[in-house]
Design a protein around this ligand. Structure first.
Ligand code: V0V
Ligand code: CO
Length: 146
């Protein structure tokens, strides 16, 4: 069951400048940052609020680490802006398989590693009315601490 907006992914050319915009304009601070080489992104997570399922909602600012990455290609074509939305679930495996069964293309056979040790997969935007959609299961709290 999808229980929250986990994050909104925003593509940018310069992560540091974009982080500074969100800090100076809205007062949002960086909660976590990392490089995900598999996805070809340098990212910053800005926590917006906790949610009733024990999780949280974030903005995910994304700068490509290489031009041929998903975000690099998208930026070259569209410029900066909202790149994807992500729904949180306790069961990304079960939910993605159920959605695959409805005829929506799930991009990965098995979920991959996402921000903060989460497990993620994506649904093809052409099957989702133009919205690249991600499903996320957060890492258990103990795993996040190590
Ligand atoms: C592409 N399209 C999009 C889109 N990206 N539509 C809406 N939103 C997007 N973000 C459209 C594009 O305009 C084309 O439509 C069509 O899909 C094919 O696009 P393409 O440019 O030829 O690119 P592809 O097919 O090589 O790649 C598109 C997909 C790719 C969605 C397959 O971006 C992908 O694998 N994305 C999943 C991984 C990802 O996005 N990673 C970065 C975030 P027309 O022109 O044919 O009509 S990593 C992340 O979120 C992490 C780590 C996390 O949350 O923890
Ligand atoms: Co994401």
């Amino acid at each position: 069951m999808l229980t929250r907006i986990d994050h909104i992914g925003i593509a940018c050319f310069d992560l540091d400048k974009t982080v500074e915009f969100y800090r100076a304009t809205y007062g949002f601070e960086v909660f976590h940052s990392e490089v995900n080489e598999e996805q070809g992104v340098r990212e910053a997570m800005l926590k917006i609020n906790e949610t009733s399922d024990g999780g949280a909602s974030y903005l995910q600012l994304l700068e490509p680490t290489r031009e041929d990455s998903a975000v690099g290609k998208w930026l070259a074509k569209n410029g900066e802006g909202v790149h994807h939305i992500a729904f949180g679930t306790a069961d990304v495996d079960g939910d993605s398989e159920a959605i695959r069964g409805k005829g929506v293309r799930v991009l990965y056979d098995e979920p991959r590693t996402g921000s903060m040790g989460s497990r993620i997969t994506f649904l093809h935007p052409k099957d989702c009315h133009g919205v690249l959609t991600e499903l996320v299961t957060a890492a258990p709290p103990a795993a996040e601490e190590h």
